[in-house]
Design a binder for this molecule. Structure first.
Ligand SMILES: [Zn+2]
Ligand SMILES: [Zn+2]
Length: 566
């Protein structure tokens, strides 16, 4: 504990400032942080995460916002750092609980969000401008956006003025000295913040394990040109739909070799249209061609930009590789550039897509072969620079799994942040700042995962998932047992249906199961006279059959007995 003065005076400034991460620590994705002072709350980002392979059937994962819902009246604003899904993707699911609470974002983010809001029938939700260099007053807070480099244009960090001092949240960032759009990080602003005093820094830990510097986005353009030089077949570049700078570089490199560009893939078409309208993407005059006109253009003059760089089975690249795409079939003579590195968890999909591309005869450049991709996140030396510029009193590494937070914490200690002021937090664990200088961890609040499955939000929980995992690993064993209402004995043969367990239950298994059912029915005290005894009987049948099936097959299918009385 740091110095704690016994203060008798209770003024408004005696309130603590609370910072509560609701997502994005101990994990990659669903970034969301709450800043609370007295009766006022502002939230930075509201992102989603993609399900891991254990989460069968789940479409998206969003943060549990119970804490905010319980303090609905306090919430003044949602501040958005940039429009990546892991920072804005949960908004459509969270905002309906906060009608009228404004969302602040920069121009491109607003363009992309307006589209998202329209799709989710949130057209009227207030969406306000907060551009880099602008300040907005939100009750006791002031929020100032500052420009920061990242893999989407218009990304911002946020300097939040609070009654106890300035808190700086970097959002996602890298220090690109030669950004493609010429709009680099506002180093002067960061230095000014540091000179004025920063109470706490929250900084991106995604690449805290990588030494050195992350290369400039421009190096990707050089790689594109190196690959395209001298080719006379088509070039297909797959990348992230939101990486407008990358798509710009596809246009630029293609343009140098006299190629036109078609953008294919729903999200990329949408994003490039919005980015072009807002002036963030500048194709050469007449360079962009509609996808239904591809056949009119000679192979040597064509480049296609598409989605699916993460191997997503339904996205452009995978469908083109599987010859399942309406406009493009990839084949011999085509060159494919997968301009991304697999996000952890997607390695398998990416590997399969690359295999399929080679199988159909294409030449493929991907992360292991050529560096046609750079990260949008800062490496260790950049993280040090961020810490040295802002010189925070306290430090919270965010946006990263636990080990990345720890690595980032060590970096902070190396550049001189006091180790007792470096806080590795978990989701739901508040950090409290007191006027007398005390900083301490508060007691944890509700936080975690909410699953989106089809149209349902939060209905599918751990119990449903446990069932899905059981079904996926050993299948289901369903038996219909008909019993005599009078004496509780088995009537006829039990009917057995299995799925995902065995192709067809053989005679031996059926006989064994029937024998076990008979034994359960004959057991003491199992006469059926009341409804609740049927439930008990079902339990016993379930236990007996599960045991039998495990003994005879060493597998544990989900057993579902159905009891019918006659
Ligand atoms: Zn990002
Ligand atoms: Zn992110």
């Amino acid at each position: 504990m740091t110095k704690r003065r016994a203060s008798a005076t209770t003024t408004a400034a005696a309130e603590p400032l609370r910072i509560v991460p609701l997502g994005g620590v101990g994990e990659i994705g669903k970034n969301m942080t709450v800043f609370e002072y007295g009766d006022e709350i502002v939230v930075i980002d509201c992102g989603l995460a993609f399900p891991d392979e254990e989460m069968y059937g789940i479409d998206l994962v969003i943060p549990d916002v119970t804490y905010l819902k319980e303090r609905r009246g306090k919430v003044k604003a949602f501040l958005i750092t940039h429009a990546h899904e892991d920072h804005v993707g949960a908004l459509p699911y969270v905002l309906p609980a906060f009608p009228g609470v404004p969302v602040y974002a920069s121009t491109l983010a607003r363009g992309l969000l307006a589209n998202k809001f329209k799709e989710h029938k949130l057209r009227d939700h207030p969406l306000h401008a907060l551009e880099p260099g602008e300040t907005v007053s939100l009750g006791v807070f002031t929020a100032r956006g500052f420009r920061i480099g990242h893999s989407i244009p218009d990304a911002m960090g946020i300097a939040l003025g609070t009654p106890l001092g300035t808190v700086v949240h970097t959002g996602d960032f890298k220090f690109d000295q030669t950004p493609v759009d010429g709009k680099g990080t506002d180093f002067h602003e960061l230095a000014r913040l540091g000179a004025d005093g920063v109470l706490c820094l929250l900084s991106d830990s995604t690449r805290s394990e990588s030494p050195g510097y992350t290369p400039s986005e421009r190096t990707v353009g050089e790689a594109f040109r190196g690959i395209m030089e001298g080719l006379d077949g088509r070039v297909i570049v797959a990348t992230f739909a939101s990486n407008i700078a990358r798509i710009q570089q596809v246009f630029d490199a293609a343009g140098e070799f006299g190629r036109k560009v078609a953008v294919i893939g729903r999200s990329m078409e949408q994003n490039t249209r919005i980015a072009s309208d807002l002036g963030y993407l500048k194709p050469g005059a007449g360079q962009q061609v509609p996808k239904d006109r591809l056949r009119d253009i000679p192979d040597a003059e064509l480049c296609i930009a598409t989605t699916g760089a993460q191997g997503e089975p339904m996205a452009g690249l995978a469908r083109m590789a599987n010859r399942d795409h309406r406009f493009v079939e990839i084949g011999p003579g085509d060159t494919v550039i997968v301009s991304a590195s697999p996000i952890p968890g997607n390695e398998e999909y990416v590997a399969r897509t690359i295999d399929n591309l080679f199988k159909v005869g294409a030449n493929v450049y991907y992360h292991a072969i050529r560096h046609a991709h750079v990260s949008g996140h800062a490496s260790q030396e950049e993280l040090k620079l961020m810490l040295n510029l802002t010189r925070p009193r306290a430090f919270i590494p965010v946006h990263g799994e636990f080990r990345m937070q720890v690595a980032h914490g060590r970096i902070a200690a190396e550049v001189g942040v006091s180790p007792e002021n470096i806080f590795i937090l978990e989701n739901g664990q508040p950090l409290e700042f007191f006027p007398d200088g005390l900083i301490r961890r508060g007691s944890s609040v509700e936080a975690g995962m909410v699953f989106v499955d089809g149209l349902s939000v939060g209905e599918v929980g751990d119990v449903v998932l446990r069932d899905r995992r059981a079904l996926a690993s050993d299948g289901i064993f369903l038996c219909v047992v008909t019993v005599d209402r009078q004496n509780g004995s088995l009537v006829g043969k039990p009917e057995i249906v299995t799925r995902g367990f065995v192709a067809t239950p053989d005679a031996k298994l059926l006989a064994g199961a029937t024998e076990r059912i008979t034994r359960v029915l004959a057991g003491p005290g199992d006469r059926i006279d009341r409804i609740n005894e049927i439930a008990l009987l079902k339990e016993k049948l379930k236990d007996g059959l599960s045991q039998y099936l495990y003994e005879s097959t060493k597998r544990r299918p989900m057993v579902m007995p159905v009891v019918v009385e006659v």
